[in-house]
Design a protein. Structure first.
Length: 366
């Protein structure tokens, strides 16, 4: 899947972004607090709606492609002052007031309140709090949409604690590489363990890339530790050159840890993945940034990357026509392209300095 355009309106907070064009590689830049992170969160929220979540007072329209088909999914939740919570899931319960799905300009699902029309026929009464993407996910023309939104994820590079060994039904038989890439049940470190356990060459590729960035590292491996009731966990460890003992996962530096997770994620991405990265450079030294930036600009898979950054090297590494300068006017978010602000018309080298001088970048004001 590739997202083409996004409108997201929160009628509770007033926050909104409208008709935002999104490229295959999109870099969101701008002053702090203008809404860059909120844009990523809105995309993640719609992925959750596609999986059956409710959002109070949210209206949306998202255009995207899957294979060669053009889709439009729009909808609006009711705006409630008092919100019920599902006792079993602890999730809010808000009815959807309106929803539609288009494929190649043809409306094939339309919803008004509790009435859902699918392929010109009214369905049986279905859950009013769940999207039609979630409710009709078994239908042939809705299934690709449901599956595509399951491949939208934020690259979470926060430090991981102890992780229980990979799920038994995966561990008992050798999985294919595609199964490891596709599963959403394993963390990135657990996926790395699976590559190591079953001798996939991708493990060596990831390790070699990591050592290229950190030449002081000699090896990466896993240690098995016992927890309770015969449960074991696989803990990441690294070996540094000239140091006799291994360094356990909890003692690995945050920069190393974050870098490794990004390498794993980008190596195991599959065609159609949408990866959201907030403040790409956080915790990374310059030795990490250049190689990881190259991964993002030239990925092996056909993926979409939407990211935020304040770092000059990152911004200069991304083509100017992929810059989206984010500004706001109270709760209204406005997006400018570099060409809108006459940035980079003559030289990419001067583009960053031109960006720095624009009032939109310096103040964040429209």
């Amino acid at each position: 899947m590739q997202i083409k355009e996004l409108t997201y309106i929160n009628h509770i907070t007033g926050w909104n972004v409208r008709n935002m064009n999104i490229n295959k590689l999109t870099l969101l830049v701008g002053a702090s607090g203008v809404g860059k992170t909120q844009i990523l969160k809105s995309i993640l929220s719609l992925a959750k709606v596609a999986n059956g979540r409710s959002l109070n007072g949210v209206e949306w329209c998202i255009e995207f492609t899957i294979d060669k088909n053009q889709y439009e999914w729009r909808g609006c939740f009711d705006q409630l002052d008092s919100i019920e919570t599902n006792l079993f899931t602890d999730r809010i319960v808000v009815p959807i007031a309106f929803e539609s799905l288009k494929i190649n300009d043809l409306v094939f699902v339309h919803r008004e309140g509790s009435k859902i029309i699918y392929r010109d026929e009214e369905t049986i009464k279905l859950d009013s709090n769940k999207s039609v993407v979630a409710l009709l996910k078994e239908e042939q023309d809705v299934a690709p949409i449901y599956q595509a939104f399951r491949r939208v994820y934020k690259l979470n590079t926060d430090r991981l604690g102890v992780k229980v060994s990979p799920i038994k039904d995966i561990e008992e038989k050798q999985p294919t590489l595609q199964e490891i890439k596709m599963t959403t049940r394993l963390s990135l470190v657990e996926k790395l363990f699976m590559l190591r356990k079953f001798n996939f060459p991708e493990y060596t590729q990831i390790k070699d890339t990591f050592i290229d960035i950190f030449p002081s590292v000699q090896d990466i491996d896993f240690a098995t530790v016992s927890l309770f009731d015969d449960t074991t966990a696989q803990i990441l460890k690294i070996k540094e050159r000239g140091v006799e003992s291994w360094i356990g996962q909890s003692d690995i530096s945050s920069g190393m840890h974050r870098t490794l997770l990004q390498i794993i994620a980008l190596n195991l991405a599959i065609d159609g993945d949408i990866i959201l990265i907030d403040e790409f450079e956080n915790g990374l030294g310059i030795n990490c940034i250049n190689i990881l930036a190259d991964y993002i600009i030239n990925p092996d898979a056909d993926i979409q990357v939407i990211m935020t950054s304040h770092h000059p090297y990152i911004i200069n590494s991304i083509p100017v026509n992929r810059w989206n300068i984010v500004t706001r006017d109270i709760s209204d978010i406005y997006i400018y392209t570099a060409s809108d602000l006459n940035i980079g018309q003559h030289s990419h080298h001067d583009a960053f300095m031109q960006l720095m001088q624009t009032p939109q970048f310096k103040t964040g004001v429209k």
